[in-house]
Design a protein around this ligand. Structure first.
Ligand code: NAG
Ligand code: NAG
Length: 178
């Protein structure tokens, strides 16, 4: 009992670094709602260079698999040395459904802000060497269905202090051939 309590406190501390009022999680989140293929429509960040060509977060998510241990295997295409390569990261579940953590150029906190059958809005908060970087992404089951998420996406980017100049429509771009 004491151990469980301590474990819960530890996870809460990790999340305490993030202002959760700014990062609502989809109520009633279930991992099976986000599994399957996705198409990336838009990327936004507090630092524009990370979502521009060659940036660490210029990633085109192609699918999510729900692993047996409850974690998520997220696959995406990303340009590396001029070539498009397929990569993946494993998002580790926390005690809050819809919130995950993983290592990628520092510690990342991933929140599924909105999940519908048509689109997902994913919020990444990266902490590295004392700096905080925020990346918000809009993905659709198809290009068309993803557009239904635009109003909610723009509301969330505004809430995160990301202006229109730091939001890039990548729906016509892709990175899946070399
Ligand atoms: C933005 O990101 C680039 C690339 O990672 C980095 O060199 C630069 O220092 C960052 N700018 C700010 C203001 O953090
Ligand atoms: C995640 O998916 C990728 C590609 O689909 C695969 O190569 C990799 O082994 C998977 N990793 C885990 C931990 O399941």
């Amino acid at each position: 009992m004491k151990f469980l309590l301590l474990l819960a406190v530890g996870l809460d501390l990790a999340w305490a670094q993030q202002d959760q009022s700014q990062v609502p999680v989809q109520q009633g989140f279930s991992p099976d709602q986000v599994t399957g293929p996705w198409k990336t429509l838009s990327l936004a960040s507090t630092n524009r260079s990370v979502i521009e060509e060659g940036g660490a977060y210029r990633c085109f998510m192609t699918g999510i698999v729900h692993l047996d241990n409850g974690n998520l295997n997220v696959t995406y295409f990303h340009r590396k040395d001029g070539k498009c390569v397929k990569e993946f990261f494993v998002a580790e579940k926390t005690d809050i459904p819809g919130r995950y953590t993983f290592e990628y150029q520092g510690q990342n906190y991933l929140t599924f802000v909105a999940v519908t059958k048509d689109y997902v809005i994913m919020d990444f908060e990266n902490q590295w060497e004392g700096n905080t970087l925020i990346v918000v992404e809009l993905h659709g089951r198809t290009l068309f269905s993803g557009k239904l998420g635009l109003p909610a996406y723009l509301k969330h980017t505004a809430r995160r202090g990301i202006g229109a100049g730091n939001i890039e429509d990548v729906s016509l771009n892709s990175c899946n051939s070399s």
